[in-house]
Design a protein around this ligand. Structure first.
Ligand code: HEM
Ligand SMILES: CC(C)=CCC/C(C)=C/CC/C(C)=C/COP(=O)(O)OP(=O)(O)O
Length: 458
């Protein structure tokens, strides 16, 4: 009975988080569509919803969603008050419940005053506070029984290599080509290219010359290949100690270090040459990205601080700025908002792998979050960063005047991502961590595709 109650509460609370998020996105869409001028009476609009008037439809949609989500928040708080084991979960629910009527009042003011002055900002601020309170309640509830104590402040001494590392020389052209391709970390290129493409699409005012697109994406792919190769070179010894990386071309000596160095520098030079055909700012940002990932992240951050991948997210965010700079020669607000989104998404993406490969990272001597702060803390951080990512997606949508396609994508794929993270909290298994990892990639991929379609085609 108690277990069923807890599951019901988890489902209600997850639904309330998604509901409030949908409301925030609907609110941002209403602001963009200037729904307040289509419907300035309250609590209902003076005109019935009409398919021929999108602003009016959005205004009605926002209000009906607000009513339904309000009822859901009340139901969640009632059940939570009875079921929640920790007092802080109840306090967080109380905050969300108390803020809801305040938010309705501010919403009425937005509608009836024609969205004048600071009122819309207050409306957004209160919405984000309700969302934050519910996310906090969810994280604390899901980890109520888990041990939050730090596991260790030090990952401990590094271990010996995993088994016998076989030294293999390339046996043929195909294997050699495959080895060089794997040095470039090809699996992450599609998503990083999409980040640059979305950065370009957000900055574009009209069509983008094809040579700018090719040089920017091509230069980006070469830059990732170059920094990925340097990362392999610099980590070849430590890679021997981890199962996941023990068979990399430099650890098995399939590719000699000098050849890899030449390959890395060649890719880097080609990348900068491609970027320079676009403009100097793009080339400078590209060089910063390569140096940041190859040297600062790999040598300085990764072995020394638990915040390694959080700060490392800066390199992943740079392609958003590169895309923006490629089109306008400057870094605009939409590019910065997209970069912030990628920065916040990175821990929600990587911490799942850090959980799945925790023992491996400990063997390598890396101070990853689950190794030094524990698994429960890492799972909670995934939820915090996921929530922050979702809010950042709303900011991107609002700044760039994006429409319903982007709004629907962030709500639906965001809900899938959130549900996978909730399951990770409940199941605490390696496969649940991989599921959440893939959901993180699917969320960002779909969001970026929607941004490109919306910004360019609609
Ligand atoms: C500090 C930042 C990051 C870290 C530490 C990190 C870590 C990782 C790791 C360890 C893998 C598995 C690689 C493998 O085993 O071969 C991976 C895969 C991947 N990462 Fe990241 N990542 C980061 C940032 C990013 C960024 C910014 C993007 C794109 C926006 C990204 C996209 C991907 C993709 C698409 C995959 C492959 C997924 C697959 O194979 O299904 N990552 N990441
Ligand atoms: C344009 C440009 C150069 C962008 C670089 C962007 C960037 C930071 C991508 C993230 C790279 C990545 C997969 C890191 C993996 O972590 P790891 O290296 O710790 O993984 P490993 O343990 O598999 O080596």
């Amino acid at each position: 009975m108690r277990e069923t109650d807890t599951r019901t509460f988890t489902a209600l609370l997850t639904g309330a988080v998604i509901g409030v998020y949908a409301l925030i996105v609907a609110g941002a869409t209403a602001a963009i569509a200037d729904a307040a001028s289509a419907c300035s009476s309250w609590p209902t609009c003076s005109q019935p919803p009409s398919l021929t008037e999108p602003a009016l439809m959005i205004a009605w949609g926002h209000r009906v969603t607000a009513l339904l989500v309000g009822l859901l928040v009340i139901a969640t708080a009632v059940v939570g008050w009875r079921v929640a084991r920790r007092r802080r979960v109840k306090y967080a629910l109380a905050v969300a419940l108390a803020l809801f009527p305040v938010q309705i009042g501010v919403g009425a003011a937005v509608a009836t005053t024609g969205a004048a002055g600071e009122i819309p900002s207050v409306h957004l601020g209160v919405a984000a506070s309700i969302f934050g309170a519910l996310v906090a309640a969810l994280a604390w509830h899901l980890e109520a029984g888990a041990d939050d104590q730090p596991v260790t402040t030090d990952p401990g001494p590094v271990s010996e290599p995993v088994g016998d590392v076989t030294v293999t020389r390339p046996s043929g052209l195909v294997e050699t080509v495959r080895a060089y391709v794997s040095l470039t970390k090809p699996r992450l290129m599609w998503l990083l290219s999409l980040v640059a493409a979305a950065g370009m699409a957000l900055a574009a005012d009209g069509s983008i010359p094809i040579e700018t697109i090719l040089a920017t994406i091509g230069g980006g792919v070469l830059a990732i290949g170059s920094s990925g190769t340097f990362n392999h070179i610099l980590e070849r010894d430590v890679d021997r100690r981890m199962n996941r990386t023990a068979d990399r071309p430099l650890t098995t000596e399939q590719v000699p270090v000098t050849n890899a160095l030449a390959f890395g520098f060649a890719l880097g030079a080609l990348s900068l040459a491609a970027f320079l055909t676009v403009n100097v700012l793009v080339a400078v940002l590209g060089l910063v990205a390569i140096v940041f990932y190859s040297v600062i992240y790999t040598l300085v951050l990764k072995p020394n601080t638990v915040q390694n991948t959080v700060i490392g997210g800066f390199a992943g965010a740079l392609p958003a700025l590169i895309g923006s700079a490629a089109v306008t020669g400057t870094i605009g607000p939409a590019g910065l908002a997209l970069a912030t989104l990628i920065f916040l998404w990175t821990p929600a993406h990587f911490y799942n792998l850090a959980l799945a490969y925790k023992d491996d990272y400990a063997r390598g001597g890396f101070p990853m979050m689950p190794v030094v702060r524990g698994e429960a803390t890492t799972r909670k951080h995934i939820l915090w960063y996921l929530a922050a990512t979702l809010l950042a997606a709303t900011v991107v949508t609002a700044i760039a005047d994006l429409g319903a396609l982007v709004g629907a994508t962030t709500v639906v794929l965001g809900a899938v991502f959130l549900w996978m993270v909730v399951r990770l909290h409940r199941e605490r298994t390696e496969s649940a961590a991989f599921r959440a990892f893939h959901a993180s990639n699917a969320y960002l991929g779909a969001f970026l595709v929607a941004v490109v379609i919306d910004a360019l085609a609609i």
